[in-house]
Design a protein around this ligand. Structure first.
Ligand code: NAP
Length: 559
């Protein structure tokens, strides 16, 4: 049976019907998640005619697509939100870590407050974008053509689903669902034998939810995740309304922090403090919940194998207390550690480790007994056949670059982005690509992106683009373009910082290592949100690293 596809046709009630098939605009934004929404709002205010294309039927990006049971954000509120006062003054959250349903409602609220859908085209997928020396020509699957001076790609990190090539997938007679294609009318698992492949953030949330239902769950784990305690709680309207007095400080704090959360990390390193002080700080991070344990304590675990081991042992000690079955404990929290702590993205859990301890949940260690193939009635591992009615693929995404590579992008010489990046990504500051004038990226490769809380890094990048467009107007500049040399230098900088850490030694999507054939390289910038923002601002002040083309003289200048 083919993997179920979520083909969207419904149109969001907020969107007006679109008659204008092809048109000219100053700016086209592609993507309607946090990045695209903020870009449309920000750039439109500068007086540019701005339009937005979104593949889904409404705003929300990854939160529009993901409706699997238990899907919720694991960046906490109010930090995982727009810093736009009109938006936060008129909105309160119900939970510290809201569900996808609440996030969907939030995006509708943002749309209403900022009046975004008047300039948005939903169910619109870009298939081609070419530059002719002055203008980008963008074509869509539905046959629309748009000509624009500036193109902003806010296509997100987790759009292109990854379904591993597994033998026999087509002969399997049960249902197979990628988590991002969850049936809109739900999936009744009662009385069913359900398999979940994948132990990333998505797999954890699905197992945590489905395990509580009347079903038999088999969880196929290749690399156990290090999930951290979420410490979910209800947020009252009163506490939020009171805290709003300091929201502006908090949002500024996010943008001047290392990871996009207003955490003050210890001034001393892991080895510079006493054992007691270190343990106290780790305990505090653990009990505060969220990413306080890894982002608000000592970062040494990223660089230093000994510190990493101590972090892992701390984590394993806590988690193993909750798993009474020793075989399950050995799979979910193995000792000794099998992978460096937090070098794959950690996720948050509420009662995941209690749920996997239940009798209706089986853990299958597919490192020890790999999957051989799908059969008509289930999954055959090298140990046995696991009979299954439904298989959920929580197998992730062609992350960070997947959506950019699938848009039919060509540079000014007619060379496709796929060709340009066949041996690895080259961008300048994660914002621009050489030979692609006036094309900007948001939540992009070689920027802090998934190493940071999303909204602050997105706002930093979009604010940069807005300033660049303004500056171009003021200085009579028609186009800007990243220099090849600056892209090479930025690549080297991303690599240099990455090589000081343990990330490159682990096969993760951060390294592009989850997709066969994808070049293995660190896809994200690890220098921190604050340093990144400062570096981008400095470059903008003098156009350092850009080729610029002025209107009047049409003289090219390299700076
Ligand atoms: P992921 O982190 O890439 O995890 C994919 C999982 O599938 C891994 O456990 C991987 O195992 C496994 N897998 C892949 N191919 C396999 C194969 N052929 N056989 C067996 N196992 C296989 O994907 P994700 O969980 O969807 O998360 C992706 C990202 O989305 C997250 O890192 C996060 O940034 C975001 N996300 C966020 C939230 C949130 O905020 N709450 C929720 C969900 C997702 P290996 O590790 O061994 O390769």
């Amino acid at each position: 049976m083919p993997v179920l596809e979520n083909t969207e046709v419904q149109t969001y009630a907020g969107a007006s019907p679109r008659e204008d098939k092809s048109f000219h605009t100053d700016v086209l934004v592609v993507g309607g998640g946090f990045g695209g929404m903020y870009a449309l709002w920000k750039i439109r205010q500068l007086g540019f005619k701005t339009k937005l294309f979104e593949a889904g039927s409404e705003f929300g990006g990854t939160w529009h697509w993901n409706s699997y049971p238990g899907a919720r954000v694991d960046s906490e509120m109010p930090y995982y939100a727009f810093s736009i006062p009109e938006v936060w003054k008129t909105w309160n959250w119900t939970e510290r870590f809201p569900s996808h349903e609440e996030l969907k409602r939030y995006f509708r609220h943002v749309d209403k407050v900022l009046d975004l859908s008047t300039d948005a085209y939903f169910n619109t997928i870009v298939t081609e974008a070419k530059y002719d020396g002055k203008t980008w020509t963008v074509r869509t699957r539905g046959g629309r053509i748009v000509w624009c001076r500036y193109l902003i790609l806010a296509t997100g990190s987790s759009y292109k689903k990854h379904i591993p090539a597994m033998k026999g997938l087509d002969v399997y007679k049960g249902k197979t669902i990628h988590a991002a294609d969850w049936p809109r009318d739900g999936l009744d698992v009662r009385g069913k034998r359900v398999g979940v492949i994948g132990n990333g953030a998505t797999g954890v949330q699905i197992v945590q939810e489905l395990g509580k239902q009347d079903c038999e769950l088999s969880v196929f784990i290749r690399t156990p995740i290090c999930a951290l305690p979420m410490r979910q709680r209800i947020l009252s309207v009163e506490e939020q309304e009171t805290s709003k007095m300091v929201y502006e400080f908090l949002y500024d704090g996010c943008k001047t922090s290392r990871a996009g959360f207003p955490f003050k990390t210890p001034s001393k390193g892991f080895w510079e403090v006493t054992l007691a002080e270190r343990e106290q700080r780790m305990e505090e991070g653990w009990s505060r919940g969220g990413f306080a344990f890894n982002q608000g304590t000592y970062r040494d675990f990223i660089f230093d194998k000994e510190a990493n081991k101590i972090f892992y042992e701390f984590w394993a000690r806590k988690v193993r207390k909750r798993i009474s079955d020793p075989q399950k404990a050995a799979i979910a929290a193995p000792i000794p550690q099998k992978s460096w702590f937090a070098t794959k993205r950690p996720s948050l859990e509420q009662d995941y480790y209690d749920v996997i301890n239940q009798d209706n949940v089986k853990l299958v260690d597919i490192k020890a007994t790999p999957i051989d193939s799908f059969q008509g009635n289930g999954i055959l591992t090298t140990e046995k056949l696991h009979e299954l009615d439904v298989v959920i693929l929580a197998t992730g995404y062609d992350a960070v670059t997947g959506s950019l590579l699938d848009m039919g992008l060509e540079d000014k010489n007619g060379i496709s982005l796929r060709q340009r990046w066949k041996d690895g990504v080259r961008t300048y500051l994660g914002l621009m690509i050489p030979d692609m004038p006036n094309l900007f990226m948001v939540y992009s490769p070689q920027a802090p992106t998934s190493f940071a809380n999303g909204p602050p890094i997105i706002e930093i990048q979009v604010d940069w683009v807005a300033q660049a467009l303004q500056k171009m107007q003021e200085e009579g500049i028609e186009s800007i373009e990243a220099q090849e040399k600056s892209a090479e230098e930025w690549y080297a900088e991303v690599k240099r910082i990455g090589e000081q850490t343990l990330y490159p030694s682990v096969d993760s999507w951060y390294m592009g290592a989850n997709i066969p054939g994808k070049p293995r390289e660190l896809l994200l910038y690890l220098g921190g949100v604050n340093v990144y923002a400062e570096t981008c601002s400095t470059a903008l002040r003098s156009w350092k690293g850009f080729n610029i083309e002025r209107k009047a003289s049409h003289v090219r200048a390299s700076i």
